[in-house]
Design a protein around this ligand. Structure first.
Ligand SMILES: C[S@@+](CC[C@H](N)C(=O)[O-])C[C@H]1O[C@@H](n2cnc3c(N)ncnc32)[C@H](O)[C@@H]1O
Length: 288
């Protein structure tokens, strides 16, 4: 992404989450702050989504990836999770929706520390959006600026007060495709070495050349759109090779949902063909 400009795909992802609240009534993923942080009215959000019906699959994929992630975070929290890192947070609202859960008001109840890590320009823009929307920054949240292509996560997090001895959950939604493979593996290597054990959730896409002709057309349209926003997709993964390399790094538990598994879990009543390949959401853990 461009150095001085906040992420325009982060704005697009936030608009999809807001539209999901209005168009599908938050069926897959409910977010009471999604419209507010965007700074648009529900009517404007709905009109924009209706003008672009071809964007519906991406909207639903974003709803699914967020729901999958937050369910996994909730599960880990029940088992004593104390540290959450939201990588490439964009306008993600998790930290602002779980203030009661995380802090019990002003006092820490379950003590969940949250770190939002993002490109400095996007982070500065988010803070402006939060202030404009009147959304308070909770006391258990810290911001850690980073450029994944130039800086390492350990330095950025250490400055923000991160404790690598603690079990940590990393969410990394809508970011991996925009990075070089080298930056992705550097970050996954860091996560795998967290002394307290780690969970990570991220989304990725099958290599375009492995997609069906129809899925490939949709992929190319979306790729051209994000490139026109100045944020090109740079990497894709072959699922079996990705799993093998994650295993090598020390991730033992891996759950990878591709299009058929996403359909079965989140849209069981939907008829019609489902592509074998496309967007994936993956959860991996170094903890048995
Ligand atoms: C598509 S947005 C996703 C935002 C958010 N996770 C969501 O799901 O709405 C991509 C995010 O990755 C961040 N990003 C992209 N390239 C980056 C880089 N080289 N270093 C740091 N952050 C980066 C952007 O700032 C942006 O927040």
């Amino acid at each position: 992404m461009e150095a001085r400009q906040s992420s325009r795909t982060a704005l697009a992802a936030a608009a999809h989450r807001a539209a999901h609240q209005v168009i599908e009534g938050g069926l897959i993923f409910r977010d009471p702050l999604a419209i507010r942080i965007l700074g648009e009215s529900a009517e404007t959000v709905a009109l924009d989504a209706q003008r672009h019906p071809a964007r519906r699959p991406m909207r639903l994929f974003i709803a699914v990836r967020t729901r999958f992630t937050e369910d996994a975070v909730a599960e880990a929290s029940e088992r004593g999770l104390r540290q959450l890192v939201v990588l490439g947070a964009g306008l993600d609202t998790y930290a602002y929706r779980h203030v009661g859960l995380a802090t019990g008001g002003s006092e820490c109840r379950d003590g969940l520390r949250i770190f939002e890590v993002d490109h400095p320009a996007t982070q500065a823009w988010k803070r402006e959006r939060l202030a404009a929307a009147g959304i308070a920054i909770p006391s258990n949240l810290s911001f850690a600026p980073i450029d994944f292509e130039r800086e390492t996560l350990d330095e950025s997090l250490a400055t923000a007060g991160f404790d690598p001895a603690q079990q940590t959950f990393f969410t990394w939604l809508g970011v991996v495709p925009y990075l070089t493979e080298e930056a992705v593996w550097l970050t996954l290597g860091f996560i795998a070495r967290i002394a307290g054990g780690a969970h990570v959730v991220f989304d990725y896409s099958d290599p375009p050349e492995s997609l069906s002709p129809e899925a490939r057309v949709h992929h190319e349209i979306r790729a051209a759109r994000v490139e026109s926003l100045g944020e090109k997709w740079l990497c894709h993964f072959e699922p079996a090779a990705l799993r093998a390399r994650l295993n090598e790094l020390g991730f033992t538990e891996i759950e990878d949902l591709g299009p058929p598994q996403i359909r079965a879990r989140y849209f069981p009543d939907r008829a019609g063909p489902v592509p074998e390949r496309g967007g994936h959401i993956l959860r991996a853990s170094t903890i048995q």
